[in-house]
Design a binder for this molecule. Structure first.
Ligand SMILES: *Cc1c(COP(=O)(O)O)cnc(C)c1O
Length: 357
């Protein structure tokens, strides 16, 4: 008897392990610090805009996402034809691989980096070429350049890097891009761009302007606090942006998500305030964790990395005992999101009670 069989690459797709929700605890508020979510509710005006759109749920959304494209185009000073919106920037990663790789083509990316990369690559029957990050959790751009072969069609650059934390400098990104062959597409994943506070930060939008092989991806999930609505966007020159729109799911970004994203862009002052508060909390937590003896890589997103090695599962259990859930990665380390003040206090407590060896 024969049964329908998925393509071989589909069977090889690694599982996506979502951040666990906290288990309820008697007499203890528990906090989820495992998915880099924003602890703040949606920005002022966003719930109202989304609710008004709910009245129209019997209708398909605007497939052209015209209001969202107009708002983004104005804010970023780019033509609307250089934009592609999708159901989260993770969808754009899928679409980029699908749109630019034949089966067997190679995609170079740092590792450890965003766990969705090898999943998206394998789903398109392309080949993942992971390049180890250095001891500080930074992209090894020289090694990534050396990993480019005749089969390479796409390079994924994640800055700041999830889950290790550091971000690239513009000077090093430019030097890298100058060495990448022009036919290779370079994706600059800026999911956490709003949180970056460093000298010579990457400006993805400035970078793409005179580079026809660069595409920048951004999201409303992290700084804007709309992870539940699924909306992100790419910025690239017309041939790339239109390929992304061509392979997108029709009507993927809901009307509610479009309205919420537009309202979020209108709430920029409140956004900046919240991001500043999260950055201040990040710096406070890092200082506390380092004072407890932990060697923590630079953290430019709303999360940081605890290199617990073999003791990573025990670290996750110790966190659970304190009523916080972190995101362990095998026996490498755990990623910890910056959350509510009380949650962040417990992270510092965790670092003190569970020293790095
Ligand atoms: C969270 C994240 C994304 C995108 O998330 P979406 O919710 O799909 O927009 C993209 N890249 C990285 C590195 C992330 O951490």
């Amino acid at each position: 008897m024969s049964t329908p069989t998925p393509r071989r690459n589909v069977l090889a797709i690694p599982a996506y392990v979502p951040g666990k929700p906290p288990a309820p605890r008697e007499g203890l508020t528990t906090y989820k610090l495992s998915s880099n979510e924003n602890p703040y509710p949606p920005l002022p005006g966003v719930v109202e805009a989304a609710t008004a759109e709910v009245e129209r749920l019997n209708r398909y959304p605007d497939m052209g996402a015209a209001r969202l494209y107009d708002a983004l185009a104005e804010r970023l000073d780019v033509p609307t034809t250089h934009l592609a919106a999708a159901t989260g920037s993770v969808a754009l990663i899928y679409q980029l691989v699908q749109g630019f790789c034949e089966p067997g083509d190679e995609v170079v990316h740092a590792w450890r980096s965003f766990e969705a990369y090898p999943i998206a690559i394998t789903a398109s029957a392309a080949v993942s070429v992971p390049v180890p990050v250095d001891a500080e959790g930074r992209h090894d751009l020289d090694a990534m350049r050396d990993a480019i072969t005749d089969r390479t069609r796409v390079v994924l650059v994640c800055t700041p890097n999830n889950p290790t934390g550091p971000a690239l400098r513009q000077t090093e990104l430019d030097a890298f891009l100058d060495q990448v062959p022009e036919h290779v597409l370079v994706v600059v994943d800026e999911a956490y761009v709003e949180f970056v506070r460093m000298d010579d930060p990457v400006d993805g939008v400035a970078t793409y302007r005179d580079r026809p092989n660069v595409v920048v991806t951004r999201t409303f999930s992290k700084a804007y606090g709309l992870a539940g609505l699924r909306v992100g966007y790419a910025i690239a020159h017309e041939p790339i942006a239109s390929a992304l729109r061509a392979v997108s799911l029709p009507f993927g970004v809901s009307g509610v998500a479009q309205a919420a994203a537009v309202a979020s862009l209108d709430a920029e002052p409140a956004l900046l305030e919240r991001v500043d508060a999260l950055v201040a909390e990040r710096d406070r937590v890092l200082a506390g964790v380092r004072a407890a003896g932990w060697d923590v890589p630079d953290a430019q997103g709303n999360f940081f990395w605890m290199a617990a090695g073999d003791r990573t599962p025990e670290l996750a259990v110790a966190a659970d005992d304190l009523g916080i859930v972190v995101r362990p990665f095998g026996r490498e380390g755990a990623r910890v999101s910056i959350g509510e003040t009380e949650a962040n206090d417990r992270v510092i407590e965790l670092a003190r009670s569970f020293p790095q060896l």
